[in-house]
Write a protein of this length. Structure first.
Length: 276
């Protein structure tokens, strides 16, 4: 199926009610890279907060904390020293974004294994995918149907070599079944596939999204919706569509930092439609 101008996931969007408090709106964690690589996590965290997660916390190595702290306000911050303290920091979270600028190394692999034990839904992007090149089965063993992988084509080829020869939709479908998780194959027409066989193709893509950091924003948006207990497949579909709408509304000159600030307008339009 294709997501058109009035997509059916709108009815599942998690609007707050009059008695909603921040913890009921969900808790999102975002894992940061080292001190020189914190921007990706900050983008993802801000996007998760903008899309409605009630509490967002960046989890970072100790050297990154003095860099991140002056750059955030409503977003909280916790330092971790290894996989054990990362596990402790992430316990109780509803979703965690991991991978953006995390580093392509064994530490990222170990951290993802630790996060998989917390019960939080994982949104794994960027370095979190590439770190499992040549050992994809090791990643798939710790995933479940609520988790989301968000590869562009290069990252997809590293985890699923040869599948793209079958075409993007079939490749995403098979990849999702193999990984036992939702797969978001990014591109001009992003394909979203669930392990139960559901496949959607987003039709509102825009070239303005071809800018550094836009994928980090998308990962945070997906995580923010999942944290609010929206189905992971629908969260991915909704985030991909809103991501493109935010970019389209800005147009030329877009940079990733602009995307979270465009989300209120996109959300307001969807909320108005829900009220009619």
């Amino acid at each position: 199926m294709t997501d058109h101008a009035l997509p059916d996931w709108r009815d599942a969007l998690p609007w707050p009610s009059v008695d909603t408090h921040k913890h009921r709106r969900g808790r999102l964690g975002v894992v940061s890279g080292k001190a020189t690589q914190t921007g990706a996590a900050r983008l993802a965290a801000r996007a998760g907060l903008r899309i409605g997660a009630g509490v967002v916390r960046i989890l970072c190595p100790p050297d990154a904390a003095p860099v991140i702290a002056p750059a955030i306000e409503a977003i909280m911050l916790t330092a971790f020293t290894g996989s054990e303290t990362l596990f402790e920091a992430a316990e109780g979270m509803d979703a965690v974004v991991v991978g953006p600028a995390a580093g392509v190394n064994d530490a990222t692999v170990i951290n993802i294994h630790a996060l998989a034990e917390t019960g939080a839904a994982l949104v794994i992007d960027a370095d979190g995918l590439t770190a499992f090149e040549h050992r994809a089965a090791d990643l798939f063993q710790v995933l479940d149907r609520d988790d989301v992988l968000t590869p562009h084509e290069g990252e997809f080829k590293r985890l699923f070599p040869g599948l793209l020869d079958l075409g993007r939709e079939e490749a995403a479908r098979i990849a999702s079944e193999r990984a036992r998780a939702v797969v978001v194959l990014k591109g001009p027409a992003t394909v979203i596939a669930a392990p139960d066989g559901r496949v959607a193709v987003n039709d509102n893509g825009t070239p303005w999204l071809a800018t550094a950091g836009s994928g980090d924003v998308l990962a945070g948006m997906i995580g923010g919706l999942i944290a609010q207990r929206m189905d992971s497949f629908d969260s991915a579909r909704a985030a991909v569509w809103m991501h493109a709408e935010a970019a389209r509304g800005f147009g030329p000159g877009l940079i990733a930092e602009d995307l979270p600030e465009r989300l209120p307008g996109v959300l307001a339009a969807l909320y108005a439609q829900a009220a009619t």
